[in-house]
Design a protein around this ligand. Sequence first.
Ligand SMILES: NC(=O)c1ccc[n+]([C@@H]2O[C@H](COP(=O)([O-])OP(=O)(O)OC[C@H]3O[C@@H](n4cnc5c(N)ncnc54)[C@H](OP(=O)(O)O)[C@@H]3O)[C@@H](O)[C@H]2O)c1
Length: 250
Amino acid sequence: MKTALIFGSSGGIGHQFVEYCLAHYEHVFACTRQPQSFQTIEGDNQSKLHMMKLDPSSETELQLFSEYLTGRGFDIQLIINACGLLHDESRNIAPEKKIEDFNQKNFENVISANTLITPLIAKYLLPHLEAGAKAQQSTGVFASLSARVGSIGDNYLGGWYSYRASKAALNQLIKTLSIESSRRFKHCTIIAIHPGTTDTELSKPFQANVPEEKLFTTQYSVSKMMAVIEGLTLEDNGKFYAWDGKEIEW
Ligand SMILES: NC(=O)c1ccc[n+]([C@@H]2O[C@H](COP(=O)([O-])OP(=O)(O)OC[C@H]3O[C@@H](n4cnc5c(N)ncnc54)[C@H](OP(=O)(O)O)[C@@H]3O)[C@@H](O)[C@H]2O)c1
């Protein structure tokens, strides 16, 4: 039973990944901390949807999810981590314009949302992806949403200390994981992917200077990222892609 797991599925991009996968997979687990915020999906694919209330920064909850999946016949083919944090007015979190704006609490919150979740998902769920890919004789894909601003080589503007650092650290974790995976999870490809500037709550305060044609709908950015993901082979393990399939410098 070809299955996809989507984390951060109440988010703009995560929700659209769920919609896409419902049309292409036999089962889709929409993992979210807040199922009450998950926008209802209309249509014929309802029976494929498994809503999973889960905090992916909790090892206990990930372990329980892993135990739940064991022996139930789901062939996990795809895991997407679409969790992320750039700003949160309710907690006074905003990307820093200058070093005086930097503070420990915000840095920890941003790291927790952007960096910590991918290795935790890998720890508990990569064995399921490996088993699913092996069973289907295919390439299992674990894709985490990163951001071009996490590229150290591509940093010409500065600012956004916490977000940039959290995504740079995420990228290093993905690269490191891909090296271990080539030895231990030989049917899996692990990548980072940049969605392009996409119209969601996360980008809303920063859209004013984005030209119209460069601000993507979630439908467009997810369809482009899925085209990249569906074309991946084991050779692509450990790469950082943009939405259009071009590689980004780590
Ligand atoms: N939108 C853009 O222009 C853009 C550009 C570059 C990169 N990205 C990246 O793309 C990803 C998705 O972004 P988006 O635009 O869809 O953002 P979004 O609409 O704000 O959704 C982000 C989701 O992340 C999850 N999340 C946030 N903080 C979390 C935490 N502490 N622990 C666990 N989950 C947390 C939440 O999902 P649940 O409520 O379901 O748990 C939230 O809905 C992020 O990694 C972002 O950095 C986005």
